[in-house]
Design a binder for this molecule. Structure first.
Ligand code: G3H
Ligand code: 13P
Ligand code: ZN
Length: 322
């Protein structure tokens, strides 16, 4: 089937008590790892391209690689989504290039400015059959070239969501309930330690999510910054020349609980990067004389595939839902 929007996907996810995975893509191997897992598990999927990824690969390559995945995986619905669009121009350019979904992220702007800018994108997108994700609240962490400190981050204010959605006409809403971008989501000071001495992050604010859902019944909610930072890959990186102390993510049990609620889209990027980097580092340690990219990218792609399979089955619950 051709690229789809997320409209049907979100309806089914909302009613079915699961979430669709939104995975960031930067190159062919990442796209293949994700989509092969989704095809085998019969899962719908959102492939998302950040502004930085588009700058890295240029505006053509990732679209064409995603179109190749659509040809290779005709049985599963695939959305091509712009992640963290920062302006009308970026969103328009992606819509004109064939994206079926865009995010306009004006969450750092004052409320009225966020409404006005989002509405403008929604009008253009809807005229072209494209859906729009918007955001209220500010996640901590690193995204593109923006680094939001823990102090500057703030939770979504539930009292703002109805006015925002009705005035903008957006199709889904990203909210801040304690997730965070990147591999260093929490400082040691923000965490407690379990009996094994591992860092345990503060729980997500499900009370805020519940309040949002009460005010927007039936409306699809999105969670960004939802990597779990698998410790086996952090260890693999650190044991093979890397230095990633105290990298910690969102516990998968919390994401599973979110997926069963109105959260229809869960964004995962850092976990795939850790799998790729850990695998490549280990490969070079074990094969210092190798230099063929196919040799070290093949196991990296395979590990991305298995990680995505785990997310689909054990965290998102979207396997078998294509
Ligand atoms: O939230 C941002 C995503 O992880 C994309 O990251 O801007 O480095 O491509 P990026
Ligand atoms: P992570 O850094 O937790 O993978 O979040 C990705 C994300 O939100 C992309 O928009
Ligand atoms: Zn994000």
């Amino acid at each position: 089937m051709p690229l789809v929007t997320s409209t049907e996907m979100f309806k089914k996810a909302y009613n079915g008590g699961y979430a669709v995975g939104a995975f960031n893509v930067n190159n062919m191997e990442i796209i293949q790892g994700i989509t092969e897992a989704c095809r085998e598990e019969k899962a719908p999927v959102i492939l998302q391209v950040s502004k930085g990824a588009r700058a890295y690969a240029n505006r053509t390559y990732l679209v064409k690689l995603v179109e190749a995945a659509v040809i290779e995986c005709p049985e599963i619905p695939i959305v091509l989504h712009l992640d963290h669009g920062d302006s009308f121009e970026t969103c328009k350019s992606c819509i004109d290039d064939g994206f079926t979904s865009v995010m306009i992220d004006l969450s750092s702007k004052p409320f009225a400015e966020n409404i006005e800018g989002t509405k403008k994108v929604v009008e253009y997108a809807h005229d072209h059959g494209v859906v729009v994700e918007a955001e209220l609240g500010a996640l901590a962490g690193v995204e593109d070239d923006v680094n939001v400190s823990a102090e500057a981050s703030h939770y979504t204010r539930p009292e703002e969501v109805e006015e925002f959605v009705s005035k903008t006409g957006c199709d889904s809403l990203a909210i801040a309930i304690g997730t965070s971008h990147g591999a260093y989501k929490f400082t040691a000071a923000q965490c407690t330690r379990n009996e094994k001495g591992e860092l345990v992050p503060p729980p997500l604010r499900f009370d805020i999510l519940d309040e949002v859902v009460k005010r927007l019944p039936g409306f699809p909610i999105v969670l960004h910054g939802s990597s779990s930072v698998p410790q086996n890959y952090v260890k693999m990186i650190n044991e093979n020349g890397g230095k990633m102390p105290d990298a910690v993510g969102i516990p998968e049990s919390q994401l599973r609980k979110a997926a069963e609620s109105a959260v229809c889209k869960i964004n995962i990027d850092s976990d795939l990067r850790l799998a790729l980097t850990g695998t490549v580092r280990q490969y070079f340690n074990e094969h210092p004389d190798h230099f063929d990219p196919r040799q070290y990218l093949k196991p990296a792609r395979a590990n991305i595939k298995e990680l995505v399979r785990h997310k689909l089955v054990d965290v998102l619950g979207c396997n078998g839902k294509a």
